[in-house]
Design a binder for this molecule. Structure first.
Ligand SMILES: Nc1ncnc2c1ncn2[C@@H]1O[C@H](COP(=O)(O)OP(=O)(O)O)[C@@H](O)[C@H]1O
Ligand SMILES: [Mg+2]
Length: 451
């Protein structure tokens, strides 16, 4: 089977899984960023409230600011994670109460409420700062209040949200990947089902595909069907042509041969008789060559779409031996069939018979008179062996003998076209076997048709 470079299903699966991964990661990032913003906003709001209540506690007395730090201003900043709280109150750039260095002073009142994330007291804190000008005597005094809080609780909340978002993202991904696999499989299924249905057909089954297919596949099915129609048409044509051609060539040749033989009886002159004899020989040769050419065409044609049936090799060989015995007797040769019981094999009876006939034919042609030709049907491995008592195959040509039109050095003036072994070999190969040629030690050629 041909391995395809790309797979539609794989491509579809990976595209969908890639999309799902991207969406899952995006989902996680969006949820986390949004959660971070919201958490920060709520911390800022509490810091602002705390800041305002500190600011409200400030009073100006004799041009000096007094702050009575209210407990509630810090109580509202209590968190589950026991975050630390820092504060600082400045008049101008002088620290009135609280932690020194918490905020840069003097602070520009135009900025309004300012939030900063900064390091303080060995931790990261979020600080809110507000400056107000309080009316006190001739010139107003600048009151700057800062409240800061560590971010442990915020980080904890964020972590919990991130874990949840990751879990949801992961679950979403697993779900989407599963759906991607399912979708790609079900999308490609009609295609593979169709391919399977066509592949399961017998070699001679060229009926059009009628099973319903998705609309995207219907152009393919339409062209497949039209291809099959054309193929079936041309196959029928070549089959008829082969049969017809065999008939048309052999019949007139046989007629001419009969006439020539009849004339030979009536002619006395030696030179005319010789001419007629060589004419008969030429007719035999052409008739045989035509026959073999057509046999070869038939083997090529049928071998391509082998018809496999349960057949009995012994039966086929016995029939051939019976049919060829008269031919063998003309040369004083004996045909011996060595076989036990039926040997069943899956194959094309016409092809196998043709191959074995060619092997027996060779044995009859290339062995001297008064010998024995053995035809043995073997069971394991399944094979037909044809051995004679002649001079054997020309050893140095062994490899080429089964090539098309190839005749051996020992062919001399025997009639033939060099296609017999080719036919046998093609038939063996069409059945998944091979043709073996060997010479016997005691002399004689052995051709084995492995099926
Ligand atoms: N039984 C055999 N004994 C000796 N040589 C053989 C035998 N069968 C085939 N050969 C050799 O193999 C060649 C090819 O055989 P084949 O293809 O049947 O052609 P053809 O019989 O027309 O010559 C023959 O020309 C011959 O040289
Ligand atoms: Mg031959």
């Amino acid at each position: 089977m041909r391995r395809s470079a790309t797979s539609l299903r794989r491509r579809l699966t990976w595209t969908l899984i890639g999309g799902a991964t991207l969406l899952a990661v995006l989902f996680f990032l969006v949820v986390r960023t949004y959660a971070q913003q919201i958490a920060q906003q709520s911390q800022d709001r509490i810091l602002e409230a705390s800041l305002t209540s500190l600011m409200d506690a400030a009073v100006v007395r004799d041009g000096e600011i007094e702050v009575d730090v209210p407990y509630a201003a810090f109580a509202m900043l209590d968190t589950a994670a026991d975050d630390r709280v820092f504060y600082a109150v400045h008049q101008g750039d002088a620290l009135l109460t609280g932690y020194d260095g918490l905020a840069e002073v003097p602070f520009d009142p135009a900025v309004g409420l300012d939030f900063q994330t900064q390091a303080f007291g060995g931790a990261e804190v979020r600080r809110a700062t507000l400056t107000r000008a309080l009316p006190a005597g001739p010139a107003p005094v600048l009151l700057t209040v800062s409240v800061a809080q560590t971010r442990d609780s915020l980080a904890g909340t964020l972590w919990a949200i991130s874990v949840n978002a990751a879990l949801f993202g992961g679950a979403f991904f697993v779900l989407a990947a599963g759906m991607a696999l399912w979708t790609s499989r079900s999308t490609v299924r009609p295609l593979s089902q169709m391919a399977e249905a066509v592949a399961r057909r017998g070699p001679r089954d060229l009926r059009p595909v009628v099973r319903p297919v998705p609309t995207e596949l219907s152009p393919l099915v339409t062209s497949l069907n039209s291809l099959m129609t054309r193929l079936s048409h041309s196959l029928t044509q070549s089959e008829t042509f082969i049969a017809e051609a065999a008939h048309r060539v052999r019949t007139p040749l046989a007629t001419v041969r009969t006439h020539a033989e009849a004339t030979l009886m009536r002619v006395d002159k030696d030179e005319n008789r010789a001419a007629l004899r060589s004419m008969i020989r030429a007719i035999d040769e052409s008739s045989r060559a035509a026959g073999q050419l057509l046999d070869h065409a038939m083997v090529t044609f049928r071998g391509d779409q082998l018809e496999r049936r349960q057949i009995d090799l012994v039966g086929i060989c016995r029939e051939l031996v019976d049919r060829l015995t008269p031919v063998a007797e003309m040369k004083d040769l004996e045909l011996v069939l060595i076989a036990e019981g039926p040997v069943e094999v899956q194959g094309d009876p016409i092809l196998i018979q043709n191959a074995v006939r060619n092997l027996i034919d060779n044995a009859l042609k290339y062995s001297p008179p008064e010998g024995v030709v053995r035809i043995e049907v073997q069971r394991d491995p399944v094979a037909v062996v044809v051995c004679d008592e002649g001079g054997g195959f020309p050893a140095e040509q062994m490899a080429e003998l089964s090539q098309r039109f190839q005749r051996g050095a020992n062919a001399g003036d025997t009639v033939g076209s060099g296609l017999g072994l080719t036919i046998a070999q093609d038939v063996a190969e069409a059945h998944g076997g091979r043709l073996g040629l060997a010479n016997l030690d005691e002399g004689g050629a052995c051709a084995t048709l492995y099926l």
